[in-house]
Design a protein around this ligand. Structure first.
Ligand SMILES: CSCC[C@H](N)C(=O)N1CCC[C@H]1C(=O)O
Length: 358
């Protein structure tokens, strides 16, 4: 059980306990996906002695079973109950791991209860090692999420794209992902023409026209796990320079993928892509890392950048997505999701990477 493994790691690292708020780590450890608890304090308290207890709003009563839990109702003070949980778990002070993204108001109240006796550290310090290595079941779920985005790509190539606005196309992609999966893993990016020079362009009213290169970047979620794909397509015949850029990015992506192997540093994958792009003279137009870990979150460890000091290992899953962005002209990005399986890189997304002219 994940929670037991986590407790062992936490104890080995010399921590007395952990406090986890809803999000990917909470889901990873409990299996409960408590949607939108928002401002209502919801906290999983774990002691390195092996005991754990959840504090949750009463309105989530039907979603939590077979787990030690104390519910609080609107109008009650949840921190009185949290204090009781600390007592039960004998957590009166010491070194505690806390969720990196915990709300400041919850954190302040926890510190008040600790009365100066808690020394807080980020939870990621211990949980990252567990989260980074996916087991077979997790990889299967990610393969499913990847199949959904591949299917959406096949389908969108049959849609009438000439004259559609970026916003409309993003909506159509989102709708199709929602029909085929549990939802989107992030808001789709549709960046056409000169807008494609912005890696995180927000789809707007610009309509797709002949000669455009269009970056399509979107992802699906399946049973908590994410996919993330980017393809760049051309509407009619694009400018020669953009075709040259496309081929450079395609080669960079391929070279980076071929570098993936157990034992290789994340930064070696990044430099394979970066060198190919720099050699073609576009180094200054590749402003981001080559990829990022992918799993319960769309951006997680291991990060595949120039500073990537993680040694790639079995079960790690990440994207490879080099890009070139030239202001005033446009851009190209090609992205696949990759898993390290049997020591080698395996592409989870498999859509065509050749330049497609519509
Ligand atoms: C979560 S929004 C961005 C999704 C996209 N696939 C992505 O992760 N990136 C686009 C440019 C680089 C890369 C990133 O690191 O943000």
């Amino acid at each position: 059980m994940r929670l037991e493994r986590f407790i062992l790691e936490m104890e080995n690292a010399g921590f007395d306990g952990a406090i986890v708020s809803p999000g990917a780590n909470f889901y990873y450890l409990t299996g409960f996906n408590l949607h939108e608890t928002g401002e209502r304090p919801t906290l999983l308290v774990i002691s390195s002695d092996g005991a754990y207890h959840l504090l949750a709003p009463a309105m989530y009563r039907n979603q939590i079973s077979n787990f030690p839990v104390t519910f609080w109702s609107d109008g009650e003070n949840p921190y009185h109950k949290l204090s009781w949980i600390f007592g039960e778990l004998k957590l009166s002070g010491g070194r505690l791991l806390v969720e990196n993204t915990m709300r400041a108001d919850w954190l302040i109240n926890i510190l008040k209860l600790g009365n100066g006796r808690f020394e807080l550290h980020p939870l990621s310090q211990v949980i990252r090692e567990l989260r980074m290595r996916k087991d077979e079941k997790e990889i299967k779920l990610m393969e499913h999420a990847a199949k959904v985005v591949d299917r959406v790509f096949d389908e969108l190539l049959t849609w009438d794209l000439l004259g559609i606005s970026e916003r409309e196309l993003a909506l159509k992609i989102e709708l199709r992902i929602r029909e085929l999966s549990d939802g989107i893993s992030f808001e789709p990016i549709v960046a056409s023409g000169e807008n494609a020079a912005n890696p995180h362009h927000e789809p707007g009213e610009r309509k797709l026209r002949k000669g455009d290169m269009v970056i399509l970047d979107y992802g699906a979620r399946w049973r908590g796990y994410c996919s993330d794909i980017t393809r760049t397509i051309a509407i009619g015949k694009p400018n020669e320079r953009l075709v040259e850029i496309y081929e450079t990015v395609r080669e960079a992506q391929e070279k980076a993928f071929r570098t993936v192997r157990e034992g290789v540093m994340a930064r070696e994958v990044d430099s394979a892509a970066r060198e190919a792009i720099s050699k073609a003279g576009y180094g200054e137009y590749f402003p981001h890392r080559t990829g990022h870990g992918l799993g319960l979150e769309v951006h997680e460890e291991p990060y595949i950048g120039p500073d990537g000091d993680v040694v790639l290992g079995e079960g790690m899953t990440f994207t490879i997505e080099p890009g070139i962005y030239v202001p005033g002209l446009g851009g190209v990005r090609i992205e696949d999701d990759v898993a390290v399986v049997d020591g080698r890189g395996r592409r989870l997304t498999r859509s065509d990477r050749e330049l497609i002219l519509l």
